[in-house]
Ligand binder design. Sequence first.
Ligand code: ADP
Ligand code: MG
Length: 858
Amino acid sequence: MKTYTPMIQQYLKIKAEVPDAFLFFRLGDFYEMFFDDALKASRELEITLTARDGGVEEKIPMCGVPHHSAAGYIEQLIAKGFKVAICEQTEDPKQTKGVVKREIVQMITPGTVMEARSLEEKENHYIAALTGFEDGSFSIAHLDLSTGESKVTLVETLEECIHELVTIQAREIVLSSEENPEIEKMLRERNIHSFSIMDECSEEPAFKEVLLDLKQEKLTNAMCRLLHYTKLTQKRSLDHLQAAAPYQIDSFLRMDPNSKRNLELTETIRGNGKKGSLVWLLDETMTAMGGRLLRRWIDRPLINRTEINFRLSAVEGFIEAYFERQTLRDALKEVYDLERLAGRVAFGNVNARDLVQLKKSLQQVPLIQQTLTQTEHPEIGKLADKMDPCKDLAEMLEKAIIDQPPLGLKEGNYIKDGYNAELDQYRDAGRNGKTWIAELEQKERQKTGIRSLKIGYNRVFGYYIEVTKANLGALQEGMYERRQTLTNAERFITPELKEKEELILQAEEKSTELEYRLFQELREMVKNEIPRLQTLAQEVSRLDVLQCFATVSENQRYVKPEFNNDRTILIEEGRHPVIEKVMDAQEYVPNNCKMSKECEMLLITGPNMSGKSTYMRQVALTAILGQIGCFVPAEKANLPIFDRIFTRIGAADDLVSGQSTFMVEMLEARHALAHATQNSLILFDEIGRGTSTYDGMALAQAIIEHVHNKVGAKTLFSTHYHELVDLSKELEKLVNVHVAATEQDGHVVFLHKIKKGPADKSYGIHVAKLANLPSPLIERANELLKGFEAPSAKQELREQDTVGQLSLFGEVKEKKVKKQNQSRIQREVLNLDVLEMTPLEALNELYRLQKLAKTETN
Ligand code: ADP
Ligand code: MG
């Protein structure tokens, strides 16, 4: 039997270490892939598939990419969620017989990619690891390798775990091989596709710094798993990793991923792009770090009043200090991405230009501090105090590197004159070689008294001193060393001359070598300062986001919100921040929102397109803006601090997801009902729309009653089920409002104005009339409407509807539906405990029921 060639055997052995990655196997100037990798890669990368002999009968499929252009191909594979293992030759092929040693030197995975091209400037790029415990809880660690930031949290349930991983937007999840497979499935449904296994999760001395602030073993566990994985894949220095920060998900305003999506915080529902989202509106940051922090703040609004007020106060200060803010914005523009720079320094891939950028960034800091102090605002002053301009580092870089260095590091010419004596010498030799020779010539002439003595140069002998035969007598014995004899002259050298020659000839080579060494030293020194740079980066990003809030608040005429403890919402002339901005010609119509302990729920009615959804979202966005510390789009706002926000936007507005939209609708409703507290905000937008009319209406009513009676969260409920407006008679904390519309020159005009009371019932028919449908048709519709609204007809319809549902829900459900569809009077009568009533009570009850019956028929 034939066997594979030694090289293919080596390949197979290495490939076995990384079954889930493309193995880029270095062969000369190419990275080659074989077998299945080759088949798959040729498809994914659209490169030619070939085959080669491998010692056995059948040829082995093969494809490859040139090593100098591999980066682009790797990037493509990573973007598609694959992993790539880079396998290099680790010994010199010239000095080995047989197969050259090869090793995997790095793994590139979707979560650990460091290539600038694959990283979105203003987005974090997280990889996460999790550990599940027997009590059902999970610890989750996440890390941005490009910035060194890492965090760990503990969540109680699987649902929270999934929500958290989606919130983090982890690009890759590391878990144990024994982890519940359900997790992977659930995450795949939510568009997270890259998973890796790491069973090792023990502590190691090398992790000490990162684990410094983690006191709970559960937290350490997930973080260690993540660190083992990073160590395994990166195989190089991870000195820039900061101490992992523990956090608790409930110390922030919580929103599940669907609610966030519905509110279009970081991307729009339809386009999935940033444009049109809240972050798009808000992003007036000047630095990449600020941009990333802005996203993190939007992802996790605060619930701590002091922290919120600190931000608001600083924003207020920046709004007042207009000129200082402009100076700051200009200065910030010059500040480089210090966080990612620190990451690249640790990884050893920065060039001279990066260090110049670093220097320029640091040089902005004193100006920034000075400007901050100038505002004479206490909170802003504090920002300045915390900043460390790393003056020593800036000065060192200023001394060391020229202002416009070349891109490459191997050709030299980037270290400044005067930085290093040895380098200066080499350069002197190179640049001033001729002068030096001329001076030597002068000196030797004087010493010997030979006026015709000269110094020359040729390729074979290098520099020499030439004395004509006639003058040889003037030379003392042993003064020079003889090198070459010509017809009428002798050529000599001296040790000094040879020494200088060496300097001159090798000046270039030596100086480039030395420059490279000096650069590496510099890089080492910068590496030692990474923690300081990271702290500075944090301060700068905070400042950047705060000035950004001020800029947006001023441009968009926002006001500073106030916060209360009595669960009151008071928004005067509120606007939807994004819609207001994208509407050009038209004016946005501002609206009030007033809710209190006496008004926990608003039932919002009104025709389609009148502005119900917009109004609800505007209230939620106002709350979020306030809690991230930004001013809000209103004339006046006094808000409670919400602990959670839930949004469920009606099924017809929902386009995505493989699950039935109605199922999603119900799951989200369940989620809100299960987790909302008195301090939460719920938006239910046309809930129940995803099923048949009476079915949906019954559910909507039951949900309203449940929230009203059991949950007590501030709730905005929009509906097109007009019948629900009567609920306000029963539910004392529910208030009806509607969005007004009017008629103008035969057209419906939406006023987008929220008014007290329910919308006009026959609105649809009214619109139909305006649309010039035939008048007999309109009359008939009005007639039918009256019929439908009569209680007996209603009942009949409900029965019909129930029958329609039978086939779907079976008999048991049927009874329940029937029960839900009982009229209110029926229910109340059935609930009476007649035997326990006094005659007077009975009479009173009868009177009340009659009154109720009257309202139901009207
Ligand atoms: P509904 O939910 O009632 O069907 P939407 O809230 O979706 O209506 O609003 C429909 C459109 O009306 C929005 O896209 C927006 O352009 C416009 N609109 C909504 N509210 C306002 C407002 N207050 N001022 C101006 N235009 C508005
Ligand atoms: Mg709507």
